[in-house]
Design a protein around this ligand. Sequence first.
Ligand code: ATP
Length: 298
Amino acid sequence: MTSTPAAAALRHPPEPLDPSAAISIRGLVKRYGDFTAVDGLDLDIRRGEIFALLGPNGAGKTTTVEICEGYRRRDAGEVRVLGEDPANGNRRWKSRLGIVLQSNSGESQLTVREMVAAQASYYPDPRDPDEVLELVGLTAKAGARGKSLSGGQRRRLDVALGIVGRPTLLFLDEPTTGFDPEARRQFWSLIRSLRELGTTMLLTTHYLDEAEELADRAGVIAHGRLVDVAVPSSLGGRETAPAVVSWTEDGVRRSEATATPTALVRELSRRFPGEVPDLAVARPTLEDVYLQMIGEAR
Ligand code: ATP
């Protein structure tokens, strides 16, 4: 179902743009021909936070992010990124953004250090390239050519290229796709160190565990609309959703959804003389609430 921007405005009376936010979006609309890819989106991303944008393929994440980066034009709505309209962003404004697209650094004939130094030369106040290589864990590969890097190392190089200009705001598009579990954890710790340095980050990801680990807040987009925004632990009403208590009784697996799991566990502990067999208490996972939200948005 699509609706006009006017209908979207009726659903959510427009609030003014938030001048203190790193990104402030009101009533954003983007059409490709007859198709409305972004349909009246409102969003504020605070300075210094890591914000994860979640949503199924085709939901409108890349379109929204690219409008914020100044790469795509909008059809309606208001957008401010670091206080400027990205449609009119000048070079100084662009130099405050860091953009890590899906991997693109691998084919160069330059060495890793040369690539990072060349990128640094475009910015007014860049970081020291060697410090950046240290930060992303590529010091040992400084003299290697892009082609010889592994997939995870190329992604680190992408991040190095994205942060060497000392961005205030960093866009990360599916940064850990193809990483092994250890590389992903190392990457998460790099992102946390960037946050400590004060960088605001907008991350798109299909990995819900990544959003849960990294994001201060997450937003779910479906059909070009924001379905919910919250800290990951309370997205979709997760923190107040009933818990499921399960156990085994007379050889049969039993389970009960309850808003008062402690009371049920107390009762079970009275019923069983020792340990309650196979006792487990589970709240809905982020994946459970996410799948429910995007299902309901269909
Ligand atoms: P994914 O998770 O697959 O990257 P996404 O949420 O980033 O998806 P977008 O790339 O923003 O989604 O696309 C939103 C919708 O707009 C999709 O249906 C896509 O086919 C359509 N679309 C995107 N770019 C164009 C374009 N240049 N011309 C026509 N349609 C487009």
